[in-house]
Design a binder for this molecule. Structure first.
Ligand code: NAD
Ligand code: DAU
Length: 334
């Protein structure tokens, strides 16, 4: 019997991971610790909420007493919990420092104290910065360009230090851009779908020629399972699927699927510090752990667009929740 603390399991990738793990390992216990920020939706896991091997705890990874209580009961930790949207980090980075760095620090301290068997930090290819040519390898120097990626890189360095200094059995993964069901409609693909459903224009930053390397969320989760079980302690594994696309290519694909044309595109001011290109080499995970993605881009993107079109209520619900949280947290006249 293995028990795993999954943090941030009510978000996009974490919810897919929990669903995947509960299905694959019927004797594993999973505790999902999630603060349910605007990006976390417990309904994402409605289909497993009655599974006896699953427990949800609402709480913050920075809460030492709560994390202590949970960590004392598990063998492994998989840390997804994060503030994850670059544009938010550019507007206000404070929460990114708190959750992504302080939160990781808290988990590491307690993982050390309770002698956790495996600690997996779910990181991102954004820590490597931007590429003109070639690929990101695990040996590429870290060069984050925005507060979000800087906070993720900082967390990665802490994880590395806990492995080197205290022999904490830690692993780090760095994945490229995920797409799939349940992604919060602030990220490129669901945001554009949501805008078009409202007959609004889709904002393309700059010239639209920035490149992202896309991977279907299910493939990412499968790779995480592989690294958690078979990865070599202390190592970093990149995860990618070699699907480089410009933002304009993605926009056109969505426009066509939704019966719209380029009249719905609006070129807007560029994102500050906008990384031009990401491209991940997955050679290491493929060679050492024998993992490769199962979904072609065509199949994954079709599933994804179909899912959003069939789940418009979900989009409305999560967008409304954000508005409610925003109103609750606004300071009236103080
Ligand atoms: P998400 O924003 O959809 O989900 C984040 C989850 O973390 C939410 O459920 C939120 O409620 C929870 N959370 C936030 N702060 C918390 C806190 N202090 N304590 C507990 N829970 C908290 O993010 P995602 O896209 O699913 O990304 C998950 C992880 O994967 C992140 O660490 C991100 O950096 C990493 N990642 C994402 C991508 C991508 O393309 N989305 C790619 C590579 C890596
Ligand atoms: O590479 C992995 C990273 O991918 C993850 O670590 C992040 O958590 C995740 O948010 C994502 O970061 P990006 O900044 O690449 O994703 P985003 O969806 O915000 O933007 C994708 C590209 O689309 C980027 O070049 C900016 C552009 N864009 C985005 C939005 C929201 C637009 O042109 N218009 C938009 O409205």
């Amino acid at each position: 019997m293995t028990s795993i603390l999954v943090t941030g399991g009510a978000g996009f990738i974490g919810s897919c991971f929990i669903r995947y793990m509960l299905k694959k390992y019927c004797d594993y216990k999973i505790i999902n610790l999630d603060a349910l920020t605007y990006a976390g939706n417990i309904e994402n896991l409605d289909d497993v909420k009655n599974n006896p091997n699953y427990l949800f705890v609402k709480g913050d990874i920075c809460d030492k007493n709560l994390v202590k209580e949970i960590i004392s009961k598990v063998d492994c930790v998989v840390n997804f919990a994060a503030e994850s949207h670059v544009d938010n980090s550019i507007k206000n980075s404070k929460l990114f420092i708190k959750t992504n760095i302080d939160g990781t620090f808290n988990l590491l301290e307690l993982a050390k104290e309770f002698k956790i068997e495996r600690y997996l930090q779910v990181s991102t290819d954004e820590v490597y910065g931007s590429l003109d040519s070639g690929y990101f390898y695990e040996t590429t120097p870290l060069a984050p360009n925005n507060p979000y990626s800087a906070s993720k890189a900082s967390a990665d360095l802490l994880v590395r230090a806990y492995y080197k200094t205290y022999k904490l059995p830690a692993l780090i993964t760095r994945c490229s851009n995920n797409y799939g069901p349940y992604q919060y409609p602030e990220k490129l693909i669901p945001f554009f779908i949501s805008k078009l459903l409202k007959d609004e224009k889709i904002p393309i930053y700059g010239d639209g020629l920035n490149v992202r390397d896309w991977i279907y969320v299910y493939d990412h989760c499968e790779a995480l399972d592989m690294v958690l079980h078979k990865g070599k302690i202390g190592e970093v594994y990149n995860i990618g699927a070699h699907n480089e696309k410009t933002n304009l290519e993605i926009a056109h694909l969505i426009l066509t699927s939704m019966g719209k044309d380029e009249k719905s595109i609006e070129f807007v001011e560029d994102r500050l510090g906008h990384d031009r290109r990401y491209a991940v080499s997955g050679d290491k995970i493929m060679k050492e752990l024998n993992w490769k993605p199962s979904f072609s881009f065509d199949e994954g993107i079709k599933n994804t667009i179909d899912w959003y079109l069939s789940n418009q209520e979900w989009i409305e619900k999560v967008e409304n929740k954000r508005q409610v949280l925003y109103n609750e947290n606004s300071c009236n006249g103080c």
